[in-house]
Design a protein around this ligand. Structure first.
Ligand SMILES: [Zn+2]
Length: 393
């Protein structure tokens, strides 16, 4: 075998062993051999290397089957850290995580200026990273990289921001600018995509090859994983579930079209419907949820209708993708059963014969750090990824 192939093969084996420990750990060397099909000798060499680098550690807590307890291997949670940032025009949500994507610190840092110039945003990102490291007591030397999730159209390979609705940017080489400033690897992607990757690598998508992540809240987004691969579309714009048309005669959407799913289900749409129902009374979305939960019929009816419409949108996705699982997440999950009971009923009613039985709907409890944790997983997956997949992000 030529030396170059040997190096590649070794890197592939290494990634396979590290991933087996990530998904199955704590696990014995013998079980790693069973799962991967690699030889004991290869596993001994690779695990020694990983222990040496501090990425994994030995634990002597396995179940004894009569003889001496087996030595188990697990990820070393203190080996390295990454910072994930969710970037918006008003604040940065920052999560510092370890190698297992466990969140160590989580900060929300409000923006002080409002210029939105690229220079200003890069300063803001640097501040958020520094504050995260300080809060966690982690040194710069242990920072493996920074992941950034933001709304808009992002070229995930080059890290170029093609379009940002919040900052009004066009074609900004954002990744390069932040990398030059921070001098660590930086990865940038659309925020719904980062959330989907976090589910794929560390969450409900770990054990399935075909799943969708639907985010509800300010807008409605969707991440698509088909055959274990992240699906972006030809131009990187796939997953605009919020702008699928439910009724062409429906309300005007921000995008300029009529009757998009978002015009019924987004936070803004719900608040607007409440204002109409309550003769102009202005509520924020949290108040709407609280009052509907307390039994106010006019507000309950709004969530019920939104749930039905959302169910139609989700059923359409089930008919197209036949996914094993749909993970519903985002700030909008705060409405709970008010929204999801009618949604589930609607999915059942509008899905093509039998397809609804294939799909498991998971409503993911939402935490404010979820977006930033998703961004952190952009960096972590690079660590775990097999070199044959590294060409196409
Ligand atoms: Zn629209």
């Amino acid at each position: 075998m030529p030396p170059a192939n040997r190096v590649l093969l070794r890197a592939i084996n290494r990634s396979q062993v590290l991933n087996t420990i990530r998904t199955h750990g704590p696990i014995s060397r013998a079980d790693i051999a069973r799962v991967t099909g690699l030889s004991q000798a290869t596993i001994t060499t690779i695990t020694a290397e990983l222990i040496n680098e501090g990425l994994i550690l030995e634990k002597q807590t396995g179940n004894s089957t009569g003889g001496r307890p087996p030595i188990l291997l697990d990820l070393n949670p203190e080996s390295l850290y990454v910072v994930g940032l969710k970037l918006t025009e008003h604040y940065i949500s920052a999560a510092l995580t370890n190698i297992r994507a466990d969140v160590i610190t989580n900060l929300t840092i409000p923006a002080s200026g409002e210029t939105h110039s690229v220079e200003w945003v890069v300063d803001f990102v640097e501040e958020a990273v520094e504050r995260s490291l300080t809060a966690a007591g982690v040194g710069r030397g242990q920072l493996a990289g920074v992941g950034i999730g933001m709304a808009g159209v992002i070229d995930s390979v080059t890290g170029e921001c093609r379009y940002s609705p919040f900052f009004q940017w066009q074609d900004v080489p954002f990744r390069q600018l932040v990398e030059e400033r921070l001098r660590v690897p930086v990865y940038v992607d659309n925020d719904v995509n980062t959330l989907t990757m976090a589910e794929q690598w560390f969450g409900h998508g770990r054990d399935v090859d075909d799943f969708l992540v639907i985010t509800i809240g300010r807008g409605i987004g969707m991440g698509i994983v088909v055959n274990g691969q992240f699906y972006r579309g030809a131009g990187g714009g796939a997953g605009e579930l919020g702008h699928t048309v439910i009724d062409p005669e429906g309300p005007l959407c921000d995008c300029g079209k009529h009757g998009c799913l978002e015009t019924y289900v987004s936070d803004g749409a719900l608040v607007r419907q409440a204002r109409d129902a309550l003769q102009g009374e202005e509520l924020i979305i949290e108040e709407m949820v609280a009052r509907a939960s307390d039994g106010e019929p006019a507000l309950q009816a709004i969530f019920e209708r939104a749930g039905h419409v959302l169910g139609v949108g989700v059923a359409n996705m089930v008919n197209i993708f036949d996914p094993a699982r749909i993970i519903i997440t985002g700030e909008g999950t705060r409405a709970g059963a008010l929204l999801f009971d009618p949604m589930l009923e609607s999915i059942e009613r509008h899905t093509f014969n039998g397809l609804a039985e294939d799909v498991e709907i998971v409503i993911q409890e939402w935490g404010d750090e979820a977006w930033a944790r998703g961004a952190a997983s952009l960096v972590l997956r690079e660590l775990y990824k097999s070199p044959i997949h590294k060409v196409s992000r």
